[in-house]
Design a protein around this ligand. Structure first.
Ligand SMILES: [Ca+2]
Ligand SMILES: [Ca+2]
Length: 196
């Protein structure tokens, strides 16, 4: 995912330039050689996972972003809720101690950190709403707005501007990136562009 996000970030100025759109300030252009494989692999995953009929809209990308966060939120909440031994919807420090004692060092650290975050007032008890709020904060930190913006940047592949990115447009964007990377490698102009 990270590599894909990087590819998308790097893709923005190139495609914006190709379409005659003003470039975002501060974006470098020396980008394209990294991008085709990651763009096609991850763009295809997004289209097949969150689009329909081999195309995805901006709304579909929002679903993908929501799912990224939901996955992280659920996993983080589970770290704490697995310690609710009596099933009353709250986790006490004593319950967490029993649960944490059965875990590997790595998972124990994660569970204890999750409990500490959920027990914001430090009274040794984390209620379900606190656990979910802490898990939500964790998810928003791990998949933050910058990460979401990089997913939204897939829409730069919408060459015909109909609001959908198709697999064909994705492949065309990948080909464009590869060709541009090649040109930049081979020409002095490419070197100059990289320096812009
Ligand atoms: Ca409990
Ligand atoms: Ca389109």
């Amino acid at each position: 995912m990270t590599r894909f996000l990087l590819c998308l970030l790097l893709l923005i100025p190139a495609l914006a330039r190709a379409e005659g759109v003003a470039l975002p300030p501060g974006m470098a252009l020396d980008v394209l050689k990294l991008s085709r494989a990651g763009l096609i692999e991850e763009g295809t995953r997004l289209i097949l996972g969150y689009g329909s009929q081999d195309a995805i809209s901006a709304a579909g990308l929002e679903l993908a972003i929501g799912h990224e966060r939901a996955t992280r939120r659920a996993a983080q909440a589970e770290q704490v809720l697995a310690a609710d031994l009596n099933g009353d919807g709250a986790v006490t420090r004593a319950e967490m101690a029993v649960h944490a004692g059965t875990l590997s060092v790595r998972m124990r650290a994660r569970a204890l950190a999750g409990f500490a975050a959920a027990d914001g007032d430090g009274d040794g008890r984390a209620e379900l709403p606190e656990i979910m709020a802490a898990a939500q904060a964790y998810a928003l930190e791990r998949f933050d707005e910058a990460a979401a913006e990089r997913v939204r940047a897939l829409m730069y592949c919408d060459a015909d501007r109909d609001g959908l990115v198709t697999l064909a447009e994705l492949r065309a964007a990948g080909d464009y990136l590869a060709a541009r990377a090649e040109a930049q490698k081979l020409t002095p102009a490419g070197q100059m562009e990289r320096d812009l």
